[in-house]
Design a protein around this ligand. Structure first.
Ligand code: CA
Ligand code: CA
Ligand code: CA
Length: 653
């Protein structure tokens, strides 16, 4: 089992071992012998198989034997092959069904929804794992948090000296990066609420239990007391967490600027084995927010009490997982509790807490392994009308715990999300002769999955296979079709077109209107739309509204931008379609305008194509992460009108 090998250094509790997804005592076996076997026969049997009698349960024709730990499997097989033996079972270890004694536990529906209680049956984690709450501060002496507050043992408190030489004076429990002082106090309350969800002290007979009841909480105050995070606080805070070997950062905020320095700091923390978790945002939108949408961050959407998408939660394939985000019981910055915390802010610390719980259960797990355990362990949750609401689903702590302990493996089905040339100019849909290959990006590509590619039907080599991408070795300036598969299943194809400079499409792999998988679609990320990823139907009024993020655009300078849309309408008689792009030159998202770049009359059935050219300052429509935020809005249609988009292409020249 690949996973088990990865986690070979994990030692189960109390000297137990795992067999068949169960904890077992490797020093004993339970043997059901034939009714006819006598006590003397038992002695001979045990001697022959290398076991010694511990207890003979003659009333039920079972015996318990002691065996050498290293030979338990071999001896069990040996017994099983003996005609005198009906069964040879491991001595499985059970645990009291764990219910913490925290009095608010019965209100913590969220913890049961993500199966923390059954995860705790395997491990309660460890105080060696630390989760940073990067927020408005934390009430350090809250009675249900105080025992779990992280202590920087290299620092002598209150002496005005930077004893550990990390550049921060008296940073004993974290630091206040917003006001540049050692006291990460919480005047706002948001950080204390997040801290409780992640790691309130469990089983202390007061309050509630966090997801990681034994993990340490580093209070990383990055927001000012009005709730605003400045880059000048956030960026050093990421570096601090990485350099202080903090395991997890919980980020229940979104930036109202996409900040290249923040991106670099996030990547630095990831490279230093930090697991980063962020709230997806509360705009009910498919457009990405940061830091959640950075590649190295686990983004978290919110669910309600029925495990459905919270009405406010952002969604899309840039969102990794979902966790409860409504009616949450947690700690408050007056030393008490609330039952009403909500938002993707509340969803995020559940996942950060889970990451800390998993790290505590297996300290040798890397951030990549913890992330994979969280994502692959999630329970698939696809809910209309939101299309692909999250990439992986609702967090399942029990499943993730089993993965991090090496008891379970396997990944979600592979999905192709984008394709880009490597080794040459960044052009899509047209592989230039000097490129060395094409990168297929998405998920579910990790070994032992078998990734493959064909060009015009003939197999071509692939390389650099990782969880999120692999490279197909194709270099051509000819028209042709490059198709990708994983484990023999087609996941998408791209047709190269000559004489076109660069085309991007909505990020995700998709099929176009005639059902042929191509990358000229990409409509997982629908908004106010019913049904499939290709077709959107007006729901509550005479309007169809589709959000289309076009991501991963590498080319940052260009003089001309074209939008080409090919679509048809059904059940419509009249109406107007407008295509909008978000204009980054005015304000950062979501505070700026979506500019109309073209309109078309909807005249009835039939597929038609429009091409809109922007030659005046077109780069204002591209965010620093390489995303264009496009909306197709059809008004004046019928309540049940449908749009089928065959292609939505962004051409850059
Ligand atoms: Ca210090
Ligand atoms: Ca000091
Ligand atoms: Ca408690």
């Amino acid at each position: 089992m690949v996973w088990a090998a990865l986690f070979a250094t994990f030692v189960p509790p109390q000297g137990l071992e795992f067999r068949d997804n169960h904890l077992i005592n490797p020093n004993r076996l339970l043997i059901r012998y034939q009714d006819s076997v006598s006590p003397a026969g038992i002695a001979a049997l045990n001697s022959q198989h290398g076991a010694s009698l511990y207890k003979d349960l003659r009333q039920i024709h079972w015996e318990i034997v002691d065996v050498p730990r290293a030979r338990v499997d071999a001896i069990r097989r040996s017994f099983l092959q003996d005609v005198r033996v009906l069964r040879a079972d491991y001595d499985t270890a059970r645990k009291c069904a764990y219910v913490p004694n925290d009095p608010l536990w019965n209100q913590q529906w969220d913890m049961r929804a993500i199966k923390t209680d059954t995860a705790w049956d395997l491990s309660l984690g460890s105080s060696a794992a630390t989760v940073a709450i990067m927020d408005t501060g934390v009430m350090l002496n809250h009675p249900d948090l105080a025992a779990n507050i992280w202590v920087n043992t290299g620092e002598i408190p209150g002496n005005g000296i930077d004893d550990d030489g990390n550049g921060y004076v008296d940073d004993v429990n974290g630091y206040d990066f917003a006001y540049n002082d050692p006291n990460p106090d919480d005047q706002y309350g948001h950080g204390t609420a997040c801290a409780g969800l992640a790691a309130a002290v469990g089983d202390n007979a007061i309050g509630l239990s966090g997801v990681a009841p034994r993990a340490k909480i580093a209070a990383i105050k990055a927001a000012r007391d009005d709730g605003y995070f400045y880059d000048s606080a956030n960026v050093p805070a990421f570096l601090y967490c990485a350099d202080m070997h903090i395991d997890v950062i919980s980020m229940s905020f979104f930036s109202d600027q996409v900040t290249p320095a923040e991106r670099d700091a996030v990547d630095y923390a990831w490279a230093h084995n930090v697991t980063l978790v962020a709230a997806s945002g509360n705009s009910n939108s498919a457009f990405p927010y940061y830091p959640a949408a950075y590649d190295n961050v686990i983004s978290v959407a919110a669910t309600d009490g029925s495990n459905n998408k919270s009405w406010f939660s952002d969604f899309g394939t840039w969102v990794s997982v979902a966790a409860p985000g409504e009616g949450l019981t947690t700690t408050t910055n007056d030393g008490g509790y609330t039952g009403g915390f909500a938002g993707t802010s509340g969803a995020c610390p559940h996942v950060a807490g889970l990451a800390a719980l998993l790290k505590g259960a297996n300290p040798s797990a890397t951030n990549a392994q913890i992330r994979a355990a969280i994502e692959d362990g999630a329970t698939t949750l696809i809910q209309n009308p939101y299309g692909q609401y999250t990439r992986y689903g609702l967090v399942n702590s029990q499943d993730s715990m089993q993965r991090v302990l090496g008891m379970r493996s396997g990944s979600k089905p592979a999905v192709l999300q984008f394709v880009e040339p490597v080794g040459g100019p960044q052009k899509l849909f047209f592989a230039p002769a000097n490129s060395t290959g094409v990168l297929a990006g998405g998920l579910g590509f990790e070994k032992p999955n078998v990734c493959a590619a064909t060009y015009n039907g003939k197999p071509i080599g692939i390389s650099n296979q990782t969880r999120r991408s692999f490279t197909a070795s194709v270099a051509t300036d000819q028209t042709g079709t490059l198709a990708f598969s994983v484990n023999g299943q087609n996941i998408g194809a791209i047709t190269f077109e000559k004489a076109i400079d660069t085309i991007y499409a909505p990020t995700d792999a998709s099929t176009n209107g005639d059902g042929t998988p191509v990358l000229s679609g990409g409509f997982f990320q629908l908004y106010r739309a019913d049904g499939s990823s290709l077709t959107c139907t007006a729901r509550s009024g005479p309007e169809i509204y589709v959000e289309l993020p076009i991501r991963k655009i590498k080319q940052k300078t260009f003089s001309r931008l074209e939008i080409e849309i090919t679509r048809s309408y059904a059940n419509s008689a009249g109406g107007t379609e407008t295509v909008y792009l978000y204009d980054w030159s005015a304000w950062s998202y979501p505070y700026g305008p979506f500019n109309p770049i073209g309109t078309a009359s909807i005249t009835g059935s039939g597929t038609f194509t429009s091409n809109y050219v922007i030659s005046s300052n077109p780069t204002r429509y591209l965010d620093p992460e390489g995303t264009i935020y496009a909306i197709v809005d059809a008004t004046g249609v019928h309540n049940n009108s449908t749009i089928s988009i065959d292609a939505f292409r962004v051409k850059i020249r």
